[in-house]
Design a protein. Structure first.
Length: 335
């Protein structure tokens, strides 16, 4: 059987720019690598020049599929390494995970296990690749999804609620503010109320959190602003409807809330004998409901993902191959 080196493959993948929407080159590289390793490989069309990569064994339908995403957040950062780590954009989120999952599949197929792989586009923005894949399931019993969990099994992952808060006002010369109505002032007052708002908590998952990611508005320093908008992201720990109502009621009279994206929080299957954690981030799992019972596990730390010094430990990368195999073996042994 053809061999592969997860460290070599991680660096090779990191050195291909695959920021969301630009995944074609890394998808093509993975397609070629998986063909080289002897898998039946399929490019699953998602959008113009974008595709998921699906790999199966010729003689066995998959009972278990390993999956993660090929896209990264910007900016592109090429790879480097030292004795302990591999650095670069996607090192832990999630190109090192791709390499570990392929290495695990190589080992499991030697044991006769029915395994497959699904590598997706668009996770960092809207899970478009996962939504497309969910229309084309393979009928596998289990899904091991990879995200940087420091090689701990996640018992749950938080959801996401993206909100656009918009305020409207009236333009005027800034020397005569009484003749206008500042949308920026309204927006700031609304955001202050939202920051002070008590957010839901879940004893198993933790607390809901909120981030104000983007502020925009106004026309010039000497013009009273007639329009202002903020982009907010809440990390959900339960149903969103009570929070939606609370947000809308809190800012009534100052601004309007538009809820532009929701990914629900999920409780996940665990396997006895492995260390666990709660993922405060979202994943493709909610969009892959037809791809088997999900497990969330991967090497690397989310604390360095999306940073200029994103990295993955070589030791943790090698350990992940063993962990993926052990978890897969236990899942496949269940009735």
């Amino acid at each position: 059987m053809t061999a592969m080196d997860p460290i070599r493959l991680t660096r090779q993948l990191v050195d291909i720019d695959s920021t969301t929407g630009n995944e074609a080159a890394v998808g093509a590289a993975l397609y070629d690598e998986l063909l080289r390793l002897g898998y039946v490989v399929h490019k699953m069309p998602v959008a113009h020049l974008r595709f998921n990569v699906q790999a199966t064994l010729e003689d066995k339908p998959p009972n278990l599929v390993f999956s993660t995403h090929m896209d990264t957040v910007p900016p592109f950062i090429s790879s480097s390494e030292d004795s302990e780590n591999i650095y670069g954009r996607g090192a832990c989120d999630a190109k090192g995970i791709i390499a570990a999952q392929i290495a695990a599949c190589q080992r499991l197929r030697k044991q006769g296990a029915g395994v497959g792989m699904l590598f997706l586009v668009g996770e960092e923005r809207d899970s478009l690749g996962a939504k497309t894949a969910n229309e084309n399931p393979l009928g596998n019993r289990f899904l091991i999804n990879g995200e940087p969990t420091e090689n701990k099994l996640a018992i749950a992952s938080k959801g996401t609620l993206r909100v656009e808060v918009t305020a409207h006002g009236k333009m005027a010369h800034s020397a005569y503010p009484e003749l206008g109505d500042s949308a920026i002032n309204k927006l700031l007052d609304a955001l202050d109320l939202l920051r002070k708002m008590k957010l839901p908590e879940n004893p198993e998952i933790g607390a809901t959190t909120m981030n104000i990611g983007i502020l925009e508005g106004g026309r010039a320093p000497n013009v009273i602003a007639d329009h202002a908008r903020a982009h907010l992201l809440y990390r959900l720990v339960g149903p969103s409807e009570p929070l939606r109502r609370q947000i809308t009621e809190t800012i009534a009279g100052l601004a309007e809330a538009e809820f532009v994206l929701e990914i629900p929080s999920v409780k996940l299957r665990t396997v006895p004998g492995f260390e666990t954690m709660v993922a405060a981030f979202t994943t493709d799992i909610p969009a892959l409901s037809k791809w088997g019972e999900p497990v969330l596990l991967g090497p690397g730390s989310i604390h360095v993902a999306h940073t200029e010094r994103e990295c993955i430990s070589k030791r943790q990368l090698r350990e992940a191959v063993d962990l993926y195999c052990k978890v897969a073996e236990k899942l496949l042994a269940t009735e």
